[in-house]
Design a protein around this ligand. Structure first.
Ligand SMILES: Nc1ncnc2c1ncn2[C@@H]1O[C@H](COP(=O)(O)OP(=O)(O)O)[C@@H](O)[C@H]1O
Ligand SMILES: [Mg+2]
Length: 440
């Protein structure tokens, strides 16, 4: 009788052995200029992680960011302490990875995926995924077909989002971006939130987690934070790391909400990296790699073959300049934008969403004909009110002189009451649609 042997796919192993780089030459640090380390003697590709060994200390982890003549340019993912010419450089043969699993829920990670709360972070069923990966192919993505309830009336009624839609939130500083993101994180219909805080001050991170998100919001969230004092490359990585975690949950069929605050600070961090390795500054000091990286980041969210990542990316708009290059680039990539204005915030109108300047490109495909008609009629009346506002305010508008303005004046108080929402008030999509004022 013949013993049945377990089937081993020898060919698969042969292929792996052939593809493996078994010899990894060790190199040496030759120079350090600012934050770039130049090494000679290694054969590593862009994005590969290397350990720089400093005798008597933990190795400095660095990433390959470029090449110049015969040297490899590395940037540290931590402090550049103790490095000197001659330190050995050992490539790891792979890029940055992150351990993913349900154990991430409720936790706060740094830009490299390490826990920031001091408690241990691991789980027997965790798996590793690369931080950098390509967006899904457009043809493998499902279409956006279902409403994503944000819990914020102004958005649900006038800027209805779909599951898997990607939107930008454009605003100056202090206009209420973090508060709005916190509301969406607490009230939306998502299964899991992944929140990336990139380039914020340390205090803002704490305020967001404890104030805007709260314990209830944190329980179904994973927060990735790289504050402004972290190395530029770590701030860039934080954005990709959060995307990788969101993809992990999406690929397991979950409806994920990815919130990123802010893409502007991500772009600034990449500009720092680019300038340090000698890229030429192009538009307003931003280097070409910034504009190459933005779509690589923003296209990773959206629908997958299963599951979805609905994403909100905040963009800082200084001096209300909506034509600033990052604003412009981001707006071109995403499927909609929500504009918050200082005028509304100054009138204590929160959330300070300017409905007339904002748009959700997929709304017409998601909502009923009645809902769409009512929302666009109300928009139209709001525009009429804004045009006549100065006259109305000084009492110079004569009732009856323009039927459109008359209707606008009638509905205006109800509409303002509808659009304003306390940050502790939750309103479902259905409630928002039902509460839309009657334009008459
Ligand atoms: N929905 C809101 N209700 C009441 N006040 C708000 C609201 N949103 C923002 N604010 C006020 O605006 C301030 C700045 O908001 P924040 O979300 O931190 O702005 P940003 O993140 O854009 O800098 C808050 O401290 C708060 O006083
Ligand atoms: Mg903020």
């Amino acid at each position: 009788m013949q013993a049945s042997l377990p089937q081993i796919d020898l060919e698969r192993w042969r292929r792996r052995v052939r593809a493996a780089r078994l010899l990894r030459p060790t190199g040496q640090v030759v120079r350090v200029i600012g934050l770039t380390v130049e090494a000679r003697g290694i054969a590593a590709r862009i994005g590969e992680i290397c350990d720089i060994h400093v005798p008597g200390e933990a190795p400095v982890v660095a990433e390959v960011v470029g090449f110049r003549e015969d040297v490899t340019l590395l940037m540290p993912l931590g402090e550049l302490r103790g490095i000197y010419p001659g330190c050995s450089v050992v490539p790891r043969g792979r890029g940055l990875m992150v351990a993913v699993g349900d154990h991430l829920l409720g936790r706060v990670l740094d830009g490299l995926g390490r826990p920031m709360d001091g408690r241990e972070l691991s789980s027997p069923d965790q798996s590793y995924v690369p931080v950098d990966s390509s967006p899904p192919s457009p043809l493998s993505r499902q279409r956006i077909a279902q409403v994503f309830s944000t819990g914020v009336r102004a958005i649900d009624a006038f800027l209805t989002c779909g599951r898997g839609q990607r939107l930008g939130i454009f605003a100056g500083s202090g206009v209420g971006k973090s508060t709005l993101l916190g509301m969406v994180a607490r009230y939306s219909s998502a299964d899991v939130n992944v929140i990336a805080l990139v380039g914020e001050r340390g205090r803002e991170v704490r305020d967001f987690i404890e104030g805007d998100l709260g314990p209830g919001g944190l329980a179904r969230s994973v927060v990735v934070a790289a504050t402004s004092d972290r190395p530029a490359l770590v701030r860039v990585k934080a954005a990709f790391l959060a995307s990788a975690i969101a993809e992990y949950f999406r690929d397991r069929g979950k409806d994920v909400l990815l919130l990123m605050d802010s893409v502007t600070r991500f772009a600034m961090a990449q500009r720092e990296v680019g300038l340090a390795i000698g890229e030429p500054p192009a538009t307003r000091g931003y280097t070409p790699s910034v504009f190459a990286l933005l779509p690589r980041l923003l296209e990773r969210s959206g629908m997958g073959a299963v599951g979805s990542i609905t994403a909100f990316y905040t963009v800082l708009v200084e001096g209300d300049d909506l034509n600033e290059p990052i604003t412009d680039a981001v707006r071109g990539i995403l499927d909609g934008h929500i504009v918050l204005t200082r005028e509304l915030a100054a009138r204590n109108h929160y959330p300070a969403i300017d409905v007339l300047q904002s748009v959700s490109r997929v709304m017409p495909e998601l909502v009923s004909a009645e809902h769409l008609a009512r929302a666009s009629r109300l928009r139209d009346l709001l525009a009429a009110y804004r045009q006549a506002e100065d006259l109305i305010n000084i009492g110079a508008y004569v009732a009856g002189s323009n039927p459109r303005v008359d209707a606008a004046v009638r509905v205006y108080p109800d509409l303002m009451r509808f659009l304003r929402q306390d940050m502790h008030e939750h309103s479902s999509f259905e409630e928002a649609v039902k509460a839309l004022p009657d334009p008459g």
